[in-house]
Design a protein around this ligand. Structure first.
Ligand SMILES: [Zn+2]
Length: 79
């Protein structure tokens, strides 16, 4: 009988041949391929959500700053 491996994503045990080892901030963890593929189909998956959100915030802050500079430039041109 094969031993099952704990899946940190599903918080349950799966057969190791349906799983992949993932590098997480807390070290190597096992996760099932099914949940990895599901996460790729749903990009707002919990794991990457916070990171992506702060990236988005940075990008938005940057673009609004550029927008202000652009508008200021337009105003000086029209004067
Ligand atoms: Zn799983």
């Amino acid at each position: 009988m094969k031993s099952k491996v704990y899946c940190y994503h599903c918080m349950t045990y799966h057969h190791p041949e349906t799983m992949r080892q993932m590098q997480t901030p807390r070290g190597k963890r096992w996760r099932c391929i099914r949940s990895i593929e599901a996460a790729q189909n749903h990009p707002d998956e919990r794991d990457a959500f916070g990171e992506r959100q702060s990236e988005l915030n940075r990008a938005m802050a940057r673009s609004s700053q550029e927008q202000r500079i652009f508008e200021r430039r337009l105003q000086t041109l029209s004067c």
